[in-house]
Structure formats: C-alpha cells, structure tokens
Design a protein around this ligand. Structure first.
Ligand SMILES: [Zn+2]
Length: 448
C-alpha cells in the first residue's frame, strides 16, 4: 500500500458517482520481464447530484499504482464483495477539492506490473497475460485503471456513455500493436511507438500486441498472426461480402467503416466496435464454420446507441440472429434454429422464467441476452417472415429502437396484422418473463 489513507477505503462502500469521458494511455510493453508500465490519464465527470472527492478505480491484481500526480491515494488487493473469485487492486484517489456535480477532472496515474488472467472467475475468455506470443491490454483484465469498486452489483450502476481515447504503446522491434483508430507510429532507439486515437466515443478499447502482419482491404485492415495469411485473405473477402449484405438490408452503416480487424488467440473472446475495431479469435480465421463470429461482430456495426442503463443488450440477440442469416446467405449454410431454441427453453436457469428480458441488465443476467435475445428475433422472423429485408427494414427504419422501451413500442407498432400482433405481445417482447408455452407453439410450426 502506498500513501495509505485508511478512511479512503470507506469510499468503496459508496456507489461510483463518476463516468469516464476520456482515456489517455502511454504504455510500454516489456516482454522480457512480462510487464506493462506507463501512465493512464482518466477524465472523469461527476454524474451524481452531490460533490465527490474520492475517485475509485480498479486495476489488475498483479499491478500497482506508483503515483497519482502528487495526490494522496490508497490501494489494496481486495476480493469482490459479491464474487469471491474476483480479486483486484482497488485504488482510491483523493482529490484536493470535491468535483461539483456535472464538472470534470483529470486523474493521472503511474502504474505497472504483470497482467493476471481472470479465467477462474468464470470469464473464461480473459486469458490475458504479457507474452511474446500475444499480449492484450483491455478493461476485461483491468490492465488499465477502470472506474469501479470491488462490487459487481455497484459497478453495474456506473454510467457508461463511452469515452474518447488517445493511446500510445511502445514495443520492441519485431512487434506491432493493433487496434482501431490508428494514428501513426514512430521509431526510436527504444522500439516502435504506435498511436491510436478517437474523438468519437467508444465503449471499449483493446490494444493487441504480437508479431502482426497486415492486409489492407476496402474500408478495413486485417492484422493477423504470422502464418495465417491465406486465412486473413478469406476473412477479408467475407468481410467485404458481409458488409455489402448488411448495407443492402439496413442501408449504409451509421458511418463509413474504417475497420481494424485483429486476430486474437482462440477462446479469447471476439468483440466489435466501429472505431475500437474488431478482435476476432483465431477460431474464425482457421475454421470456416466459425465465421459466424465475424458476421456477429460486423452486424454490431449497425447498432444504434444503446440508451438502456444498464443495458439488457438486445443488440446481442440481434447479432446472434443476424450471424446465422448472413452465414446462410454467404455460405449456403442452413443451420437449424432448433438447437438454439431448445437451449433456451431447456435452460436450467430458472430466472429466465421470472425475469423479463428488459431487466436482464439490472439483474446482471446479460449472459443470457445472447440466447434469449436470439429467440425473440427468431420469433419476429416467424411473424414477419423470412424476408430478412422486411424485418431489417422494420428495425432499421425505427432509429433508436434499442432505446429504453422503444424496442417494445416499435414491435407493438409493427404492421403485421392483429393475429400476429397478438402473438408478438403474447411473448411480451421483454416486458414480461419469457413464456415457454408461447415459444413452444412457434416451435411446432416448423423452422422459419
Ligand atoms: Zn455481440
């Protein structure tokens, strides 16, 4: 512990009154010692209605903060109060004077250390570490300071409006850094510094470090691991085709894609954002039947801003549904939705029968949003027909359909005839818990 102010630890008993508006990182990857060191500057804004002076952040349990720009801070490795497997370095920075409601302030932290993975917490994809084979710096392993306290329940209420970023990462020669928002690179005596930045807000930032090769396509680049060139070309081709298909259905994406597609090791979890880029597991590179991960992530690029806080993540259900529709279109795969439906209906998770989809965010059930969300879209497809265009147009025309309750309203407004509307409402569209009986009725009518 450094500069300990025991009273500050009490701050963890309160909710987090801040949101992150901007993240600036200046990091160096030290492969030899398996460490990441540098500085993080967080622009935080007080979104509560009372002044707040203590800024709580979480860091990987094998990292430490060595300075806070002269401000007093406390840090202690703690176990989450509601997850005994999750341990983090819980840091609290005390500001000289409280930040008024609505006001912002920059907090600068010098920090560094190793990256411990978090597989044991059930987040199986967080296999992160500092290694010459592959290194990823992301929020999921708290590899940079993340606003929060050691409580899943209280962290869920943190307002996340997205943040702008400016990140630079220095690596030894022979290594490359891949991420969205590429803004240049510079050679120096100590290695190569890559810079990434965005003036638009992003939901996450993944900085990947490996011996990448790069392939440039129309509106995108693919950063792939040595030896995977043929696979990267296939990914590039399918990306072009899928983007064309989505554009045909939904119209052009909200903004022209300048996509960074980055290969990550198998099982490390794919993720997509137009600006932050798409990290895509090696599985999708090597196994054509797993290209659905790519389609899933590309479909996310058409997501309107999600205004639900915390979000039940309808967008995951939509991507689950679209990944199959795209695969059928591009590869002639005609995967049955039966298994997906059965997976939800036969789920041992009893909460699915009592908690409405709309509350999945507040109830911490978004792991189920993928399967149950897909089920809702399969039902929609059954109602408005297989014509993806019709379904897509209905969704695409109603901008903000993923806004709070708007989706439910928009479905109600679907011009699908009274019988079909009754059917739609009988499955509640997220306002009531899943009704297995009504879903079973669709099931008996055959595949969509
Ligand atoms: Zn997704």
């Amino acid at each position: 512990m450094h500069s300990v102010l025991p009273a500050l630890l009490l701050a963890t008993a309160q909710a987090v009154p801040f949101t992150l508006d901007r993240l600036e990182l200046d990091l160096r990857v030290d492969h030899e010692n398996e460490r990441v060191e540098g500085t993080a500057r967080l622009v935080v804004r007080n979104v509560s209605d009372t002044p707040a002076a203590d800024v709580p952040v979480l860091l990987n349990r094998l990292m430490v903060v060595t300075g806070a720009g002269g401000l007093p801070f406390s840090q202690q490795v703690l176990t989450f109060e509601d997850d005994s497997r999750l341990r983090v370095d819980a840091v609290t920075i005390r500001l000289p004077e409280p930040i008024a409601p609505g006001a912002s302030r920059t907090v600068a932290l010098a920090y560094g250390g190793h990256i411990a993975s978090y597989e044991e917490t059930g987040r199986l994809y967080v296999k992160d570490r500092v290694s010459e084979d592959y290194t990823i710096v992301r929020e999921d392993a708290y590899s940079f300071p993340v606003l929060g306290v050691p409580s899943l329940a209280r962290d869920r209420s943190i307002r996340r409006d997205g943040f702008t970023f400016d990140a630079q990462v220095t690596v030894a020669r022979g290594f490359a850094v891949a991420a969205g928002g590429f803004a240049g690179r510079a050679e120096s005596a100590t290695g190569t510094t890559y810079r990434f930045s965005s003036r638009d807000k992003v939901p996450f930032l993944n900085l990947c470090i490996a011996r990448f090769r790069t392939l440039a396509g129309k509106g995108f680049t693919v950063s792939y691991l040595p030896g995977d060139e043929a696979e990267a070309r296939k990914i590039g081709l399918r990306t072009e085709e899928a983007l064309a298909l989505l554009t045909k259905w939904f119209g052009p994406p909200p903004q022209a894609p300048d996509l960074a597609l980055v290969e990550i090791p198998s099982g490390w979890g794919s993720q997509a954002d137009r600006i932050s880029g798409i990290i895509l597991t090696a599985d999708s590179f090597h196994d054509p039947t797993r290209l659905y991960e790519l389609y899933h992530e590309l479909a996310h690029l058409w997501n309107p801003p999600d205004l639900d806080r915390p979000s039940p993540r309808w967008n995951e259900g939509l991507s689950m549904w679209l990944q199959q529709v795209i695969a059928e279109n591009l590869e002639g795969l005609n995967a049955s939705s039966e298994r997906a439906v059965a997976g939800v209906l036969d789920s041992p998770d009893e909460r699915l029968k009592s908690v409405p989809f709309a509350s999945y965010g507040t109830q911490g059930m978004t792991d189920a949003s993928y399967g149950v969300g897909r089920l809702y879209f399969l039902v929609l497809e059954r109602v408005v027909g297989r014509d993806a265009k019709a379904a897509a147009k209905t969704l695409g025309d109603s901008s903000g359909w993923m806004a709070q309750s708007a989706m439910v309203r928009d479905y109600r407004a679907l011009k699908v005839g009274r019988r079909r509307r009754t059917v739609l409402c009988s499955t509640s569209w997220g306002e009531k818990a899943l009704n297995p009986d009504s879903v079973s009725r669709y099931r008996r009518r055959g595949s969509p």
